[in-house]
Design a protein around this ligand. Sequence first.
Ligand code: 5GP
Length: 113
Amino acid sequence: MATLFTKIIEREIPAQIVYEDAHVVGFKDINPQAPVHVLFVPRREIATLNDLGGEDAVLAGRLVLAAAAYAKQEGFADSGYRTVFNCNRDGGQTVYHIHLHLLAGRPLSWPPG
Ligand code: 5GP
């Protein structure tokens, strides 16, 4: 059974896709928590960060690099942004296909809720 995010990647469910390469797709979050809220998702389904193996180190890095490239392209790299992976219940994960949240466009408080 394909994950929700695979269905977005496969264009079965509409989303605003803003970034795409051979391994990673980025699309706007349907419920944005900041003026910019993009999810960077590997094309390959991996449920949680706990399911990453050593062989996935490059893929995990690709998610981070994609987010940073998007920040530079969109012009908010210098003003700043936040990247977040939520993991499992206490981390607030709701979609079990790993994704890196990129949030920007307003000052982001710390600690998070
Ligand atoms: P999580 O809570 O798993 O870290 O993040 C899941 C994110 O996916 C949430 O921020 C949520 O708003 C977003 N989301 C859930 N369903 C959809 C959808 O159908 N389309 C898009 N673009 N985002 C979604």
